[in-house]
Design a protein around this ligand. Structure first.
Ligand code: SF4
Ligand code: SF4
Length: 384
């Protein structure tokens, strides 16, 4: 018996336990496999199920204890829960769960008609072609130029757009390895500066029709967008729409934007007003101990970014070049996987996305700074 914790004390966790008890364990013998014993639910999202759970319900610390004393050997993550997670790596690593002991369960929201399908239900994390989240730039530059923008958009002095044809090929190349993405965010820089932004939305919706798509914008240009922009977003999977990052310059101008979005019937979310910004960059490399500490707690390592045919666990492998060029520095620009690399396999991609890299040595504990736009010309204090 393999002792398993199921992530989620919710309807998906409950269905998963029933599937294991009534489906998987009844036939696994025939395939020479071992039965799974669900030992607990991990109350990761806060309970949505009734209190009379059929298994113990654990918080984060209790999950850690179960793994440490051998009461649990593996973690089973229902796909419906996994695609909604954006900081799963942080949570798993903090608790000390080896990602080699994590299994992503395929969705139960479909008919399963054969024993082979039942046996094929659990995929090791490193082999699963599923990402909870991915983002990509459609413009590297911005019309706001905030200091401490982690994408260094204020240092991009000329318009920089990806080549649409190349991006189309890159997205199809990604599709060979990753077949499901929960949430795809189109951002920058300021994505609404790209006159082809609708083409990108349509493309993503064609290649990943089951993904929720969000355009992340500072909203300065939203009221000048044509009707077709909103119609295109409205035609994507339910939940798709606009995410507004609300900066002080828009504070007194946001009401008409909200009215417009309501009028267009476009789903939207607005961040809290960002009067401070996180500064986390250093020019002094962290030692191995600090690196491990920083990476373990970094919630951005799940911000998987696709850029110029490469995939990385955050945007910094791609945007650090702007900082280096502007200030004549030499921070590492490593950490990405080339999707066209010979012999590439999904396991290599997933390992890369969950491993610290040299650029991480220059990220530190974030300090909140008052929000402001960069100096002109920019100075190091805008960033470091
Ligand atoms: S609005 Fe966003 S992308 Fe633009 S400079 Fe500010 S933080 Fe960067
Ligand atoms: S470079 Fe590393 S530590 Fe810095 S934000 Fe990206 S993943 Fe996190």
């Amino acid at each position: 018996m393999i002792k398993a914790i199921i992530l989620g004390h919710n309807v998906y966790g409950s269905y998963m336990k029933q599937f294991i008890d009534r489906g998987y364990n009844r036939i696994v013998d025939e395939y020479g496999g071992e039965e799974i014993e669900p030992v607990a639910y991990w109350d990761y999202f806060g309970s949505t199920a009734s209190d009379d759970a059929d298994l113990p319900v654990l918080d984060h610390e209790m999950v850690r204890a179960f793994f440490e004393d051998g009461s649990a050997e593996i973690l089973i993550v229902p796909q419906e829960c996994y695609v909604g997670l954006n900081d799963y790596l942080t949570a798993f690593i903090l608790i000390g769960i080896d990602l080699g002991n994590v299994y992503i369960a395929k969705s139960l929201d479909r008919s399963i008609s054969s024993k082979d399908e039942i046996m094929d239900m659990f995929t090791p994390y490193y082999s699963c072609g599923t990402l909870p989240y991915m983002e990509f730039h459609v413009a590297d530059h911005c019309n706001l130029n905030c200091a401490n923008c982690e994408h260094y958009s204020g240092l991009v002095k000329e318009p920089v757009f990806p080549d649409f044809e190349k991006f189309t090929n890159d997205l199809h190349q990604l599709r060979k390895y990753i077949d499901t993405i929960g949430l795809i965010r189109i951002l920058g820089g300021e994505p609404l500066l790209n006159p082809q932004v609708e083409d990108y939305i349509k493309l993503v919706s064609e290649v990943y029709p089951e993904s929720v798509i969000r355009v992340v914008t500072n909203a300065l240009l939203l009221r000048s967008m044509p009707d077709s922009f909103f119609e295109t977003l409205n035609s994507c999977r339910e939940g798709s729409g606009v995410h507004i990052s609300l900066y002080p310059v828009m504070k007194d101008h946001i009401d008409p934007v909200i009215s417009l979005l309501k009028e267009k019937g476009t789903t939207y979310a607005i961040s809290p007003l960002m009067e401070t910004f996180r500064k986390q960059q250093s020019l002094i490399p962290a030692d191995d101990e600090e690196l491990a500490q920083k990476y373990t707690h970094c919630y951005q390592k799940g911000c998987v970014n696709l850029y110029d045919g490469k995939l990385a666990s955050c945007f910094l492998p791609f945007t650090t070049k702007y900082f280096n060029e502007y200030f004549g520095k030499n921070l590492p620009e490593d950490g990405a996987v080339d999707l066209y690399e010979d012999g590439l396999v999904i396991e290599k991609i997933m390992h890369r996305l969950s491993t610290p890299f040299e650029r991480c040595r220059y990220c530190r504990e974030a300090v909140e700074q008052p929000w402001h736009v960069i100096h002109e010309p920019s100075i190091l204090e805008d960033w470091v």
